[in-house]
Design a protein around this ligand. Structure first.
Ligand code: BES
Ligand code: MN
Length: 459
């Protein structure tokens, strides 16, 4: 590892950390319209940095279908005979408020015990900076990069991916490359790298229940009018059985079960999943389908999750109201074989079947469907990625099927011959929650790994 790109990274590591802090301070929350200007500011900063480090073209791309810009840059200086690497990151983040339970301001990066706390620290600004500065380090050397580089970043990963979906649909050719490197998601612990060989898909929906035309006195109407909150919970309670299995007819119809070989391949990650479950969830006891490990329940099995529920009064004291309406947000994590649109349809049909005549029920699909993905782990890209991590962590990666979703990943898998997922945050990093964090022991290792991938993919 005496390549000059590594020396450059080592010399500039303090500045790289300042860049991470700078990007974190821009609250690029894609789902909240009031932060649209911040999302754009983050894109502009990334674009201008890409220009500074030598990308030949850099564009901010807006699509009529979307809300936030893509940043797209190319460096094709390695020549026609060299391979081309397409790197993907997202620069948007989930919402965060100090009151949610943060120990410090979510948009003011705060380091305690060599851990950096902030929204986006792990998901996914550390990945943005890692890739950006790895590319800078490689391009700074006299030989520059042995591979051509296309770098695309979206600002809507956490909220629908409309822009990137529309862009890929129209301009697939502009993304042509030998391999997609999807740089998002964590490794399993700060000290143990892992290789994601599968991700779950996702579909989101809302369920609305309406009863009386307005809120009523529960003394006058309680007992003769079906309470929408009660009706909603009666429906929701029937969506799982006592084993945690989803009861919606057709939900499991096309599921392609993980093979015994796949289950064996990922078993090496089980101890880490168990330890992480204990330390991160803090829940009283494990829950889920019998016959599956903790990793498998959140990786190879599909789920139906209630993400939020509303209706009636929840302020202080008593309010004897019979509410007019109630609702719930539902998402399903999907596995191979399950088509997002079809899953929505079977759930809708079942909910309509369960709905009594005493209330009105409606369902609404939310614009975030994506199928699951499996990544062959015998590809050149995965071999090179494994080796790159091993160079810096001094140990081989364990394989895992991760439970999260990266909606554009399944599309990239069809744009390029190979795909690999390379993340530089850690699983215990509390992504989406309060006190999200990244361990700074990983920061220089991550940049070193990303550099090595670019150098070694050319060989
Ligand atoms: N980085 C995550 C995806 C992820 C999580 C990959 C865990 C691997 C392991 C990503 O930013 C994310 O949170 N995606 C959303 C997508 C959704 C909002 C459409 C998710 O999975 O909930
Ligand atoms: Mn996320």
């Amino acid at each position: 590892m005496t390549h000059p790109a590594h020396d450059y990274a080592e010399q500039h590591i303090d500045r790289f950390l300042e860049d991470l802090k700078h990007l974190i301070r821009i609250p690029s929350i894609s789902t909240q319209p009031k932060h649209a200007a911040d999302v754009r500011r983050a894109a502009e900063w990334i674009g201008s940095e890409m220009e500074k480090i030598g990308f030949e073209t850099v564009e901010l791309i807006d699509m009529p279908e979307g809300r936030h810009p893509l940043v797209f840059g190319t460096w094709m200086g390695a020549g026609e005979d060299a391979p081309t690497v397409l790197i993907y990151c997202h620069y948007d983040v989930q919402p965060a408020e100090l009151e949610d339970g943060w120990d410090s301001n979510p948009f003011e990066p705060t380091i305690r015990d060599n851990i950096l706390y902030a929204r986006g620290a792990t998901d996914s600004k550390v990945n943005v900076i890692t890739q950006l500065r790895a590319i800078e380090s490689v391009l700074s050397t006299p030989e520059k990069s042995p591979v051509n580089i296309k770098f695309i970043l979206e600002g809507e990963e956490e909220s629908g991916s409309e822009t990137i979906n529309a862009f890929v649909a129209k301009h697939r050719d502009r993304l042509s490359a030998d391999v997609s490197v999807v740089s998002d998601g964590p490794i399993i612990t700060p000290h143990q790298p892992s290789m994601v060989i599968g991700l779950r898909g996702i579909i989101g929906m809302e369920l609305h229940v309406e009863g009386p035309i307005q809120d009523l006195h529960s003394g006058h109407f309680g007992g003769n009018t079906h309470n929408p909150v009660q009706a909603l919970t009666e429906i929701l309670a029937q969506l799982h059985d006592e084993n945690g299995t989803v009861t919606v007819p057709g939900f499991y119809d096309n599921v392609i079960d993980a093979t015994p070989a796949e289950r064996e391949a990922i078993a090496g990650a089980d101890p880490y999943y168990e330890a992480n479950w204990k330390s991160t969830s803090g829940a009283p006891a494990v829950w889920g389908e019998a016959g599956y490990t903790i990793q498998e329940r959140a990786g190879i099995r599909p789920t139906l999750e209630l993400n939020g529920i509303w209706g009636g009064y929840s302020g202080p004291g008593v309010k004897t109201v019979l509410p007019a309406k109630a609702g719930a947000k539902i998402t399903c994590r999907l596995v191979p074989g399950q088509d997002p649109a079809r899953i929505y349809e079977v759930i809708k049909a079942h909910v309509m079947d369960l709905a009594p005549e005493t209330i009105k029920v409606s369902m609404e699909m939310q614009d975030m469907g994506a199928p699951a993905i499996r990544i062959p782990h015998d590809s050149k890209a995965v071999r090179v990625a494994n080796k790159a991590y091993e160079n810096h962590w001094d140990r081989e990666s364990v394989l895992e099927v991760a439970g999260g979703s990266i909606p554009i990943a399944s599309t990239f898998a069809t744009v390029t011959d190979e795909i690999v997922i390379m993340g530089y945050s850690h699983k215990g990093g509390l992504a989406h929650g309060p006190n999200e964090n990244t361990h700074l022991v990983m920061f220089d290792k991550g940049i070193g790994t990303a550099i090595d991938f670019l150098l070694m993919y050319a060989e």
